[in-house]
Design a protein around this ligand. Sequence first.
Ligand code: ADP
Ligand code: MG
Length: 588
Amino acid sequence: MKNKRTGTLISIQDSLVKARFYGDVIMGETAEITVDGKKLQAEVLQITTDPKNEDAGIAEMQVFEDLTGAKIGDTVEFKQDALSVLLGPGLLTSIWDGLQNSLYPLSEQDSYLKPGLKAPALDEEKLWEFTPTAEIGDALKGGDIIGWVMEGRFEHKILVPFTIGTCILESIIDKQSLTIKEVVAVVKDEQGIRHELKLVFRQAVKSPIPFKDRSIPNKTISTGVRVIDLLAPVSYGGTVGNPGPFGAGKTVMQHSLCKYALADIIIMAACGERAGEAVEVFKDFAELSDPSTGESLMNRMCIFGNTSSMPVAAREASVFIALTVGEYYRYQGYNVILLADSTSRWAQALRERSGRQGDIPGPEAFPMDIPDQIKGMYQRAGADSATGGSLTFIGTVSPAGGNFQEPVTQATMDATGGFWGLSQDRADAKKYPAIDPLVYTTSVYDSFISWEDREKILQILNEANGIDQTISTIGLKKVPVEKYELYQKGQTIDFCVLQQDAFHELDACTRPERLQIINQTVQKLIDQPMHYSTEGMDDEEVKEMIKSKFDNLRQWWKEWNTYAQDEEQIETLAIKIDQFILQEEYAS
Ligand code: ADP
Ligand code: MG
């Protein structure tokens, strides 16, 4: 242990402070500022020499906690470590603030988080049964497995910390139960330094945990959301930006994914959203059950709750911390989905900081390098063929006024493989989820349905949209009957398939099997002209008839979405469509 290195505050400007220090301080290391006996966490952003005293340095820091009460002369202690997260068993089911302070014990102490209040990141009392797998004399390196514990239903591998290079295992305990505070093994590195290993270790958050063998994501996730799984699928290890104006359904979408997306582990970084919203999430999710196991949803989750009432700088930290936890489980071979809501609030934190630092601003006052920072974040997602794990990153973007031209949305579009644009018009019309089927991208080709089928759906939606515009500008009269039929088909696909009620138990989630049945029906509807007699009717009357037939179909189908569960009920969709096309009488 080196000597304690300290400094004193010489300037305070919101969350940005400067301290004079003597000795070595490095960029990126963390510091603690003592304010009225409380220790506030900070990170060193920049170091310069003191113009008034060449023996001293000036460290510019951002403080992650509320600085109320801080004054010039307060003591700063530099911690040598970079901003880090504690990794180990107990991560799942946890709820933290943006600095990995557990929110459970804190909420017992007080109804909300106070600055400087610290709660252990992971439960220090809980016993874990450790089963060793490495043997004395084994040559190991950072990331190698020395044993495991069961974390719920997950085999949680205990790793040599990534900071340790080549080493030899000198001792390891036998199978036994112990807490995260106890030593399980000792390794000796090439410099002859001994390291005591526990069930947990700290990991710096700003540089990624390495891949063993990075591979191209190629397995599609069943998200349960039809418009996504049909048209805009995402793969394990993929990235998606999900921008939308306020109220368009970003958070509801994230919650749907959280509940229904098939993955081993879900990490939520609730970043800068309304405090009430975050609290609801915590309560809600504790009561919900995991679709694949029936257990509590929290057993496969952890949440970083960073509401708008917490200091801005902590938002920046929370995304990195969440990414690192995701990478850790990927390294263990699990499929992890990281949901970040909203990355715009994260970017605003960077903007506030760079503004205070006096950087030359880029577009809309965001830092010049915001595209690189966003890219850097999404690049940490990916699949690993050596471990079989993946980290999928789905981030919402909340552009002011829903303007997708703004820098964060644009940079996100560049950085991500998929792009789900939520439309104000669709949200206003209550067409949820409001992903605009004409404004999205995906990097996944064949998935639950073929590329050709998808193209056909898109084509009809596009044409229907064009006809819709014709109708609203020059009127229905000018639309030929067969175009009107096509328009009705497009409307039906949109209304009955793409729109989905996130709050209806059955409708909220559609699995691939059901999706394929729906797609077959949709393809039939697209391909086949309807058989009906138009005898004695003029065009307007025919259109009216078509409309009423489609209205009936839509009503029937919408209901089917909410009740059809067993095989027989599900089958009625195909029967219904055949009858509809032939215009036979059918019972409902
Ligand atoms: P945002 O996060 O984009 O500001 P929210 O996700 O909070 O918006 O959504 C706003 C409201 O829209 C929700 O409270 C809900 O009433 C409605 N909504 C959004 N998506 C759906 C959906 N898939 N099904 C039903 N209602 C939805
Ligand atoms: Mg929201």
